[in-house]
Design a protein. Structure first.
Length: 170
């Protein structure tokens, strides 16, 4: 990515409605870009309501975050978080995202679970419905990158980040 935005921008500093809905671009420097959940795409008017570029989820902080290290080999390390997108009379979505890796491997896995908690249907999800998505990628191209990842994991286990060690739910 070659974004001119070089620093990490806290979501509270992003006005999604800036420049007629293009404010999302002011913080576009993510490692993993998220769009939606209620809507995504170009900004525009929808029955008098401004829909901003790519929605809200990419600039909404997670309300819950946990780090899980599986007991049993291959000792998958998981970072899981919940982003809630809520608007009275428009929708209520939970997006659970888990990013995980197995130590010593160059790949990561991304698991998403999207739940419609509202009484309102969307084209892609009925009230109370849920969808799951999974993607496995190999972004680390060298052994040194794998070593750097392992060093980061070792620092995390050193107590700088709260760690929950348990088997994942089935």
């Amino acid at each position: 990515m070659d974004s001119p935005v070089k620093q990490i921008v806290h979501p509270k500093h992003i006005d999604l409605q800036d420049q007629h809905g293009l404010g999302w671009l002011s913080g576009f420097n993510e490692w993993l870009v998220r769009c939606g959940v209620s809507f995504a795409g170009h900004p525009g008017d929808d029955d008098g309501r401004l829909l901003t570029l790519h929605g809200q989820v990419g600039n909404t902080p997670a309300s819950e975050v946990e780090v899980i290290i599986d007991h049993a080999p291959p000792n998958r390390i998981r970072i899981r978080g919940l982003v809630e997108e809520r608007r009275f009379k428009f929708g209520a979505f939970d997006l659970w995202t888990e990013i995980s890796t197995v130590p010593g491997t160059p790949s990561i896995r991304i698991d998403d679970r999207l739940i419609n908690r509202s009484a309102y249907a969307k084209e892609y999800l009925e009230p109370g419905g849920e969808r799951r998505f999974q993607l496995e990628v190999t972004p680390l191209r060298s052994a040194s990158a794998v070593d750097e990842t392992q060093a980061t994991i070792d620092r995390i286990q050193g107590g700088r980040v709260p760690t929950i060690v348990r088997e994942p739910p089935v």
